[in-house]
Design a protein around this ligand. Structure first.
Ligand code: HEM
Ligand code: SF4
Length: 552
């Protein structure tokens, strides 16, 4: 994990002091709402429906147990005793008081965390695969590159005021994309060329929100040393040509679409020629320096554990969990464990202070004191010895993190919606709960196989509904809450944007509608097909017919 040096520490502390002064002046009436707006956004602070909302960055999703305990402490001292993990490896506090934010920032600074650039029109937290560095199929560990991008983009003087927010995701896995690379402003895919050299396939112009679009590849192999100069060229072209007259057309995706990816790529290439060999060009030494922060933990040499095999054979519930919620680790004898934050009745992504501490204890005892926050709003213990899995499962089960539904229909991604968010058209958390209650039979869920269901409370798509195999979007119909359904979205390797099924539904109908959609899948699937495959083969019509069939 990256460790702050004096430079980082001072930078963050200076920012805390500055923001303390700004907050005091605002509270004393010396700064207007408008004047304070830009200042607070630069520090992760939104003003929401019921209270401020405060967003803290978790670079590439990694937290130490010390940082987790600090978050727990902050939520207990300044909030309602829980935090919310988002789809972009951030953590949000939903109920802080404005006057306490400077103290929260100061406390975060002590554990090497901050809220800089978590909102506003700048380059946001760079995200990656939650299995980075431990997944066996990975080309190379993406985290050092994320850290390099973080250092380059934080306080970049030229990119502090872009036309709109800007998000970068890095994926290094050739078989899967857990970082949703293609729905980011820039998606970077780590690849090796025929000479075994490391580089990036560069996607640009993806994003969700009002106009959902997938990124287009504009460079098939960018050598790793050119990473920052090329990113700089892309963001410069965007900064110069992106629309500032209309907020809804300001994202880079609109520019890429308007110009075409080919023309956009040419402009980037022209810009790049000026800066390609500038001081921003990376060196092997610099990459190695940053890689030095992501050294392998001291894995033990493990021969297979017969005890683990026996536990698997004798306990079906444990075996289910191992099957579902753990993944193969690159080191024999270790597993990647996902603690699912999707227990029915608890909003997806929410964790209470005492549970955060429990996870910190699990991390200390079983996973080298570190956790990762996943894009699907779950928490990962990346390095658990197989012989410890049973103990971890028992503790996770007691705490409610062992629902063995990873990637199943009830592992729902869901935004806070109308319960907290001022922009919402409708609530989303109760919809997630309604669906989780309906599909509470694990055997049936396993039979259905992997299905991604995502819910957003409005067009902004924080819950990624466009890329859910089943997507649910809250809409406003003459002041009433309704829900529109889309099918066929996917955020993985073969990403696609879902298509709208038809007219929207009332809240109480939603579980029934999902059930009808699932029935059509079950009736039509072949033995190997997942929901998405069947949808792609049979198309929308059979689903439409069933859902909108008139009752006789
Ligand atoms: C409650 C406070 C929140 C507010 C006010 C808010 C606001 C917004 C807005 C205005 C957009 C649209 C931006 C655009 O298209 O240009 C957006 C997009 C997004 N937000 Fe949020 N959001 C909130 C919470 C969340 C949460 C809790 C999550 C994760 C669960 C999240 C994740 C995202 C994502 C992934 C996008 C789509 C980004 C894209 O188009 O590339 N946000 N948000
Ligand atoms: S999708 Fe809409 S309702 Fe949900 S968090 Fe984002 S802005 Fe709020």
């Amino acid at each position: 994990m990256y460790k702050y040096d004096d430079y980082d520490r001072n930078l963050v502390l200076e920012r805390v002091k500055q923001f303390r002064g700004q907050t005091e002046r605002f509270l004393a009436g010396d700064l207007s709402e408008d004047e304070f707006l830009a200042l607070r956004l630069q520090n992760g602070l939104y003003i929401q429906r019921l209270a401020p909302m405060f967003r803290v960055a978790i670079p590439y999703g990694m937290l130490s147990s010390v940082q987790l305990r600090n978050l727990a402490d902050l939520s207990r001292t300044y909030d309602k005793g829980y935090v919310h993990f988002t789809t972009r490896q951030n953590v949000q506090f939903n109920w802080p008081e404005l006057k306490n934010i400077p103290d929260m920032l100061e406390s975060l600074h002590k554990v090497e965390m901050h809220a800089i650039q978590t909102s506003g029109n700048c380059i946001r937290n760079t995200t990656t695969d939650q299995f980075a560095g431990v997944f066996k199929d990975e080309v190379t560990d993406p985290r050092p590159y994320c850290e390099i991008i973080r250092q380059w983009s934080t306080f970049h003087p030229e990119f502090a005021y872009l036309p709109r927010k800007f998000k970068i995701a890095v994926n290094a896995c050739p078989t899967e994309d857990r970082a949703a690379m293609k729905v980011h402003d820039i998606g970077l895919e780590l690849v090796k060329n025929e000479h075994g050299e490391t580089g990036f396939r560069v996607f640009v112009g993806g994003g969700l929100g009002r106009t959902p679009l997938l990124g287009s590849a504009i460079n098939e192999f960018l050598p790793e040393l050119d990473l920052l100069t090329y990113l700089e060229a892309i963001v410069r072209v965007y900064n110069q040509h992106g629309r500032r007259d209309n907020k809804f057309k300001a994202r880079i995706k609109i520019l890429v679409k308007a110009l075409t990816p080919e023309v956009f790529a040419q402009k980037v290439e022209e810009e790049w020629q000026h800066i390609k060999d500038s001081a921003a060009k990376l060196t092997v030494e610099e990459i190695n320096r940053v890689k030095g922060f992501f050294v392998e933990p001291s894995y033990e040499d493990i021969t297979s554990s017969t005890e683990f095999e026996e536990q698997l054979a004798s306990n079906k519930a444990f075996a289910n969990w191992v099957n579902r919620n753990t993944n193969e680790h690159k080191i024999p004898g270790y597993s990647i464990v996902t603690l699912t934050l999707k227990k029915t009745g608890i909003p997806p992504g929410d964790v209470s202070d005492d549970k955060l501490e429990l996870i910190a204890d699990l991390a200390d005892k079983y996973s080298f004191g570190e956790v990762r926050i996943a894009h699907d709003q779950n928490i990962v213990l990346a390095d658990v010895k197989q012989s410890d899995l049973f103990a971890v499962w028992r503790k996770a089960q007691t705490a409610g993190f062992a629902t063995p539904n990873l990637n199943m229909l009830t592992d729902i991604i869901c935004c806070p919606g109308g319960d907290f968010c001022a922009l919402a058209n409708a609530k989303s958390i109760p919809i997630a709960e309604q669906i989780q209650r309906r599909f509470d039979n694990l055997d049936y869920l396993y039979d259905l196989g992997e299905i991604e269901l995502n819910i957003s409370g409005c067009m902004n798509a924080c819950g990624h509904h466009h890329v859910g195999n089943i997507g649910i979007l809250g809409v406003d119909k003459k002041g009433q809450e309704f829900y529109q359904v889309s099918l066929g979205g996917c955020s993985g390797k073969d990403a696609s944007i879902g298509k709208i099924l038809g007219p929207s539904f009332a809240r109480e109908e939603m579980a029934d509608i999902v059930e009808k959609i699932i029935d059509v899948y079950v009736e039509n699937r072949t033995a190997e097909e997942l929901f998405l495959d069947t949808y792609r083969r049979i198309g929308m019509t059979p689903f439409k017919e069933r859902v909108y069939a008139k009752a006789h």
